[in-house]
Design a protein around this ligand. Sequence first.
Ligand code: HEC
Length: 461
Amino acid sequence: MLSLLLLACTDPDTAGPRAADTGAAPLAVALLDAPATLHADRLSDSATHAVPTAPGQVLLSGEAVWLSDARDEAAEEIDGAAGPVRAAAWASEVLLLSTPAGLRTWDGALWGSPLSEHVTGSVEQLAVDGDRLWLRTADSLYRWSGGVVEAIQLGGAPTGLATGGLLGDAAVTWVGAGPVAVALSEADAVSAERAFRDLWQLGTDAAGNAWLNDGGSLWVHLSGAEDWAQIPLGAACTDLLASPQTATIWAATTTGAHVGSAAAGLQPAEVGGDGWLAVDSRGRLLHTDGSGVLRTSAGRGVGWLDLPERIEEEQVATLHPSTEDGIASISVTLDGEPVEGRAVAFHPADFEEGVEKILAAEVQWTDGSAAALEVAVLGALGTVTWDDTIAPLYEDRCAQCHGGDADTVLDSAAAWQDLIDDIIDQVARGAMPLGSDPLSQDDVDRIRAWRDAGFPLTEPR
Ligand code: HEC
């Protein structure tokens, strides 16, 4: 669990859970615990590629190429554009397509595009920004405006392109130049710049926030923030999809996916299928499962911000519904006792060592959807010492095999200290104690806490 919000202070004199006022704006994107509920439908059982082209419209391609409209009907077949379309965008009533045979325009019939003369290499990305059109190939970035195509000089190969960004009130286009993310204002002035290690993907959302995948770490530049901030997903980010048409973003990691938005936070999500293609204007993920294109949308969820697993110090946790729109009711209870509002103040004094309390929340929306979440909150472990904690644990669970003549002797604090990493590894995996029940999570945590405290022998008096 992560602490990502700074919250208003509460009065330390009154114990017990109660409402706290949290007027503070989020400083970063929240990571929510509750998994998102997903709904998948099949958009096509023959296409292998899908590119959103306008709100409500998706261009599907494989052997054939066709546009599907807002009612998901194959509205128009685009004859002659055979093969997967990498990128597409509407510019002045004309659909521009990057096909395996090069750039094409379509206005009911398919034409070779005059832009092809100016662009070398296959176009991987097309983005419209007002009356300008950006084209990105593996080696170059081009911009078309007023009938003129210019190659944009960058300090490295173009690694990303995202129009529709906002920095404060200023509109910017984000460009990846090698490992550097650069924000260009409309006048082409550089308004922000930051070097990353290995910039893979760059995107913007409908709120103007910029998102970036730096060699497996997810970063966000909130439109109102001064700089980029990393979002610790706990696993390497393998894919990132954002679009200026929607606030929803999708991030894949080696262990699972996340979906959400800068305002509502990111929730874990289990997405079926494999290749991720795009996010559409309604925030739905377009992806493939080997036999066609699927479209997955995220339902609603609820999570806690700033909720530690153990109450070691005073802390205010805040309930975070995935959307604030149309909330009908919110109910929060701590060990069955109702808590008013959506912020709960925790004080260590309310938690005896090892005490567990159940924090339950339920949110209902006016459209009938609901999300509930129950989490256990634990009291602090207290002071862990060799004499009071570890020695008795050793006597009880290890001494029979790790006394004086064993290969690994663990009968003193010094012996534990020498082998602490090995010990923690063994007990956390349940490999030790050999042949009996593993240590409780509390006991494993106690050993860690003892290490973290510097291996105290006795409690200081
Ligand atoms: C029933 C017997 C038994 C109990 C109980 C037991 N162990 Fe072990 N443990 C062994 C044996 C056998 C080995 C392998 C020989 C050795 O290194 O002593 C071992 C090895 C180890 C090792 C070295 C592992 C390595 O090879 O890197 C550690 C560390 C360890 N035990 C920790 C513990 C701790 C901590 C406890 C108590 C929480 C514990 N063991 C309880 C039998 C036991």
